[in-house]
Write a new protein. Structure first.
Length: 121
């Protein structure tokens, strides 16, 4: 049984390694010196095609995260009142993570108009 697990582990490791290598070279001509300038230009063009949707989507996401934080705060208060400290601690971790996302979204909303003006003219 132990030999079967060892062979399976080796086969899995080899498959992951080969898959990762194949994925790394998928966008290049066999690992040559491909510059990423066309890929970057394509990404910028795709973003610019949807420039009118960027800020509204970010604002919607900001609203959703704010509502989720409010709901989790209510649940944390209930859990604390019910002396369920482990549950309250897990909820506090979620709230902390969501507040970090909130800061990121807020920063993106602030920077988006300047980026759009610079790249999408």
């Amino acid at each position: 049984m132990k030999i079967t697990h060892t062979i399976s582990a080796i086969a899995l490791t080899a498959a992951i390694t080969l898959g990762g290598t194949a994925a790394a070279f998928a966008g290049t001509d066999g690992g040559g010196g491909s510059d990423g300038s066309t890929a970057k230009a394509d990404r910028i063009a795709a973003i610019c095609d949807h420039r009118d949707e960027i800020v509204p989507r970010l604002t919607e996401r900001l609203t959703n995260v704010t509502e989720r934080i409010a709901r989790l705060t209510e649940l944390q208060t209930k859990a604390t009142a019910a002396s369920r400290t482990k549950v309250a601690d897990r909820i506090a971790k979620r709230i902390t993570a969501l507040q970090a996302k909130l800061d990121t979204i807020d920063t993106r909303i602030t920077k988006a108009p300047a980026w759009i003006a610079e790249h999408c003219s």
